[in-house]
Every structure is written in C-alpha cells, then in structure tokens.
Design a protein around this ligand. Sequence first.
Ligand code: GRF
Length: 194
Amino acid sequence: KRVAILISGGGSNMVKLAESMTGDHPARPVLVLSNDPKAGGLDKARTMGIPAQAVDHRRFEDRPGFETALKDQLIAASPDIICLAGFMRVLTPGFVKHWQGRMLNIHPSLLPKYRGLHTHKRAIESGDAEHGCTVHEVTAELDDGPVLGQARVPIMAKDTVQTLTARVLVQEHILYPTVLRRFAAGDRTPVFLS
Ligand code: GRF
C-alpha cells in the first residue's frame, strides 16, 4: 500500500508513521505534502528519502484552488491511503469524498469530545480526569468520522497545556503507527490504548 502523509508543521507524527513502515509492513510512504513551505517536516521527510513537496495554501485565493493543487500532487503519487498528521487546513466535502474511506486523521482529544482546536486547554479547563488522542477516518464533518483508535492519558493536577500536550503526543506516536499498520492490512477494528 502507498501512503501519502499531509503535514503543516514539525511532522513528528509523520516521522513516526514513516519509521514504522519497514520490513513486512503492508505500506510504504510515497509522498509528504505540506500546506506551509516552512514546515520543518518537509526536510525531515527528505532526510528519510521520502519525496516532499509544499503546496502553499496562501498562493490560492480559495480553498478549491488549493485543493486542486493538492490533488495534482496526490494523483501523481497515486496513494492508496492518505494520513493527515498535524495537517491544519480544513478540507472541503468534495475533496474528502474523493478519498473517503482511504483518509485518516489524528486529533488530540478523546473524540467525540473537543472537536476543533485548543483541545488540551479545553480539557484542563473542564476539569477532566483524562484526555488523549483519536485516529479516525476523515469524513465531510470536521473531526467526526469512524474512530479507528484512541489512547488515553491522565490529566494531572499541575498540568499545563504544554505538559499535557507532550504526554498526549507520546501516545499519538504509538497510536497512529499502530492504527495505520492494521488499516493498511484491511483491518478497521478500533484499537484502544491506555
Ligand atoms: C499534534 O498535537 C497533533 O495532535 C496534531 O498536530 C500536532 C502537531 O503534530 N494533529 P506533528 O508534530 O506536526 O505531527
């Protein structure tokens, strides 16, 4: 299976996904795309020997224009699976429909709680005892598709957004590769780590 990974920043999840696709793993990374030309993950991908391109969303006056450029890059790489990994652009329903069933995302909350942004801050301010991350299939509704995996972490009394973010990120780096390996083998049974 050919996997394209979309990023917007440092790409720590992309690195872990790429590192996991070795040996008898049913998938291989074929392309990394970023909407931000300055994304640190682009150089990390190139260092790992993965073709990496920026499609700067600021060069397009509208979302469909940006997505057409994304699609051109994707069609050239002909991925079987797309992994959104720290990708911070909302995709239109039209784009999502084209890849539905083959596109995954990781979101830093225990969905359906805390869709959208600032999830760690919201969990702390709600006084939740735990938080975590979710890998889900991408559908037209933001952060809403079928859950493929979740990992939970405790929220500690002295947690700040930074300490909680770091604790969740460790789990993201375990969860996403675990889910991708199963998904690439055709297994959509959800994984729950705690
Ligand atoms: C992470 O917090 C992740 O939960 C979210 O994007 C952030 C950065 O991810 N999806 P990465 O380091 O760029 O993979």
